[in-house]
Design a protein around this ligand. Structure first.
Ligand SMILES: [Zn+2]
Length: 412
């Protein structure tokens, strides 16, 4: 051990430039920075040391590695609060339970890389037991992918009595879940009526709260969303049939709304033959989803009129949708959301909904260096969200298609 230590010290002395390279700051030169909280900063430098942003503006430190992002639009890494990262096709069909686990996991890695390359540096998966393997592998820092938060196995009306549900919430925490996901209503393909009883919902959200866990609630009907809001749950997912009185209640209670209007249904319809005949993906369900595109857009437009309502950015991405998570942004802007507010939704508001506003979702000193750059400005032209040029996560560059960079592409 002593000999090894001696060797290492000797090596550091022999290669001082190598040691210095690891400590070099990274500079991003930028002409337009949208900070994720509504501010626009022009002609500045973002200084990154280690995994964090150390400062914005000021002198360029000597010996820094510089990436020139001038002419692009720089934003915080985007966040998808609802992505089913494991879902994938194999051989032109939605892959199912009989697939070899290793093949399934490699498809999941494909999804992770696609998602990160699309500018999404954090996702939340609600959820599947195997999420934890992908989450932990990405956290080890070798496989490229977004930071993952997962609920592991969700709970539903079939999970048992309120007491049993409390027990399962505690079990999820022990298993390493980052939050809890419950299904309080049927799917949009089945009309979306409430399934869990009010007592079951209260048990899940009450127990989770006492353990410091958030709860995402799948709820389409107004009744199910109202029950979840009154039970102190964190966020309402989908909410296709929410009404003005429920939106008011959610705004008053600080309950987040996660509409998914721009990717999931469109993706199902575009890939119909890959889903049809599996579980409840039947002709009737697809007919419902076709109508659903308009229904969820109308509900979203209703939500926009409730100024105090906090809208987060979830896509409900399933097989075929990973790597196109930005389509939700374009749909929201097209539906009439203010583009800057849509960007805040995809960054700082989603971070806040995950309790991570001190780490991610904005560009400011002390924040994780999760930074993306676009060819064009998504706030002026929503379709620019499709043109991601540069992706940094935790101070590491994973994608860099920018011309004129002095830095090298280190991790592709
Ligand atoms: Zn979902």
């Amino acid at each position: 051990m002593l000999r090894l230590l001696g060797f290492m010290l000797g090596a550091a002395a022999l290669f001082p430039t190598l040691a210095a390279a690891q400590d070099r700051a990274i500079i991003l030169k930028a002409s337009t920075v949208l900070d994720g909280k509504g501010q626009i900063i022009h002609d500045t430098v973002i200084v990154i040391e280690g995994s964090k942003i150390s400062r914005i503006g000021g002198e360029v430190p000597a010996g820094a590695i510089t990436y020139d992002l001038t002419g692009l639009t720089v934003t915080p890494g985007w966040i998808d609060t609802h992505s089913h990262i494991l879902w994938h096709f194999d051989n032109g069909r939605l892959a199912g339970k009989n697939e070899p686990p290793l093949q399934a996991m490699l498809h999941a890695v494909d999804n992770a890389v696609r998602t990160l390359d699309a500018g999404f540096t954090t996702i939340q998966s609600p959820g599947a037991p195997d999420d934890k393997y992908l989450r932990d592998a990405i956290a080890r820092g070798v496989i490229p992918g977004p930071r993952i938060r997962t609920s592991l196995e969700p709970l539903s009306e079939e999970s048992g009595t309120p007491d049993k549900i409390r027990e399962l919430v505690r079990e999820r925490k022990q298993q390493g879940a980052d939050f809890i996901k419950i299904f309080a209503s049927k799917s949009i393909r089945e009309g979306g009526a409430q399934t869990m009883t009010d007592a079951q919902i209260q048990a899940a959200c009450g127990e989770a709260k006492s353990l410091g866990l958030r709860v995402l609630v799948h709820a389409h009907s107004a009744a199910s969303a109202k029950a979840a809001t009154l039970a102190g749950c964190t966020a309402i997912e989908h909410g296709a049939y929410l009404t003005d009185d429920v939106f008011d209640l959610m705004a008053k209670n600080g309950t987040y709304y996660d509409p998914n209007i721009g990717l999931v249904l469109q993706n199902y319809l575009a890939n119909k033959e890959k889903f049809l005949g599996i579980e409840n993906y039947n002709e009737e369900g697809f007919a419902f989803m076709e109508k659903g595109v308009e229904i969820v857009r109308d509900t979203f437009q209703k939500a926009l009129k409730h100024k105090g309502l906090k809208i987060v950015y979830g896509t409900d991405a399933v097989a075929g949708a990973h790597g196109r998570n930005y389509e939700e942004f374009i749909a929201r802007v097209n539906a009439g959301q203010d583009p800057m507010e849509a960007l805040e939704s995809a960054t700082s508001i989603s971070a806040e909904s995950m309790g991570m506003q001190d780490q991610i979702g904005s560009i400011a000193p002390g924040m994780e260096a999760n930074i993306v750059a676009f060819d064009g400005n998504p706030v002026e032209d929503a379709s620019a969200a499709r043109r991601v040029i540069f992706v940094m996560k935790g101070g590491r560059v994973y994608e860099n298609l920018a011309r004129g960079s002095e830095g090298t592409q280190r991790n592709k």
